[in-house]
Design a binder for this molecule. Structure first.
Ligand SMILES: Cc1cc2nc3c(=O)[nH]c(=O)nc-3n(C[C@H](O)[C@H](O)[C@H](O)COP(=O)(O)O)c2cc1C
Length: 343
């Protein structure tokens, strides 16, 4: 409710500073107990997927809380699930700044963050400190990637190391092979690379499930910049390898809609309103190709309850938001949860 007043102030700051200020305010509100008191009452509309029960269909997309350092604050905003990361085995600084740009005319962002993160060890220490995760009060997705200097031929080692590290703390684990900001990462979506990667991860998942007596679903996050035949091939691999879920989509490298706007030519991934239809098309194509074999989490350009309904109508079971939260504030979480509960 305060966000319409705060947003103009936050937007005077550079985007990364605004991100840090907003999280500092949220963390302070949690420490004082104010965030818990002000937490919205989101109508319960539970949905079962991947063997988990989601309190509502709206999740936080990966990338806002890369180090899992703000879980308790995020948990007060009404999300049905929260995804943290992308985390890599070793800490890395990410791309040089500036690397995050607002395009307010288009309700969009362009980022080339490059998996800036403190590494999996610090990530897990943060998760352990969070009440949300330790009390298992909510669904926590942990999103894993490879370090920028690990070649694709050895990417599997990074994903395996992260999977076994985060396995016990995660409600589900997302395998991110679709960020445009780590050179070569998206090539892991090609069947030749994807099959052995997923086979190794599924074998490790089976081992870990046995070892810990807990099955943690494995979800793959894909790019919006795939052709229909590419999506068909990818979907076949996901089904063959018995992946538990799929997130569509990450950011786009397409600049069609924003090329002439200030910052429209920046390198990186475009998110927000201009991504909406492309992401919805990917959800629809995937839904046809996987034919109910696994749930789809629809993400990309959701800035209203109606946008979220479109993702569900296209075949998604759950949705996630990132850029919408920056433009619309936490009120959007409640708005979407209610719109989808009314369906
Ligand atoms: C600044 C920024 C950083 C992101 N970092 C990640 C990331 O680390 N891992 C990931 O899987 N997706 C990342 N994403 C992609 C989002 O999770 C989401 O898939 C994408 O932004 C589309 O949704 P939106 O239009 O609601 O933002 C990032 C997005 C933004 C804007």
């Amino acid at each position: 409710m305060l966000y319409p007043l705060l947003r103009p102030l936050l937007f005077t700051l550079d985007p990364e500073t605004a991100h840090d200020v907003a999280f500092a305010a949220l963390d302070a509100a949690v420490a004082s107990g104010a965030a818990q008191l002000a937490a919205p009452r989101v109508a319960a509309s539970p949905v079962a997927a991947m063997g988990l029960e989601f309190p509502n269909r709206v999740g936080l997309a990966a990338g806002l809380d890369k180090n899992a350092a703000h879980i308790d604050g995020l948990a007060t905003l009404g999300f049905g699930f929260i995804e943290c990361g992308t985390v890599t085995p070793r800490p890395q600084p990410g791309s040089p700044k500036p690397r995050l740009f607002r395009l307010p005319e288009a309700q969009a962002l362009i980022n080339r963050m490059g998996f800036n993160n403190d590494g999996v060890e610090r990530f897990l220490a943060n998760v352990a400190r969070s009440r949300f995760a330790t009390k298992r009060r909510g669904i926590l997705g942990l999103n894993i990637g490879r370090n920028f200097d690990t070649p694709n031929e050895r990417a599997v080692d990074d994903y395996l190391a992260c999977l076994s590290a985060v396995y016990c703390d995660a409600s589900y684990v997302t395998v991110n092979i679709s960020s445009p900001n780590t050179s070569g990462l998206r090539e892991l979506q090609d069947a030749a690379a994807l099959k052995p990667l997923l086979a190794a991860l599924k074998a490790e998942q089976a081992k870990l499930a046995q070892q810990h007596g807990k099955y943690t679903p494995l979800v793959v996050k894909i790019a919006p910049d795939l052709s229909q035949p590419d999506i068909g091939r990818l979907a076949r691999t996901l089904v063959e390898q018995r992946v538990d879920g799929v997130i569509a989509t990450n950011t786009t490298t397409d600049r069609g809609a924003v090329a002439t706007l200030p910052h429209g030519g920046e390198t990186g991934g475009l998110s927000g309103a201009p991504l909406r239809d492309k992401a919805t098309d990917a959800v629809r194509a995937l839904a046809q190709a996987i034919d109910g074999a696994m749930p789809i989490i629809g993400v990309g350009g959701i800035l209203s309850g109606e946008d979220a309904r479109e993702k569900i109508a296209a075949g998604a079971t759950l949705v996630q938001i990132y850029t919408g939260l920056i433009y619309r504030g936490p009120q959007l979480v409640v708005e979407i949860a209610e719109a989808l509960a009314r369906r």
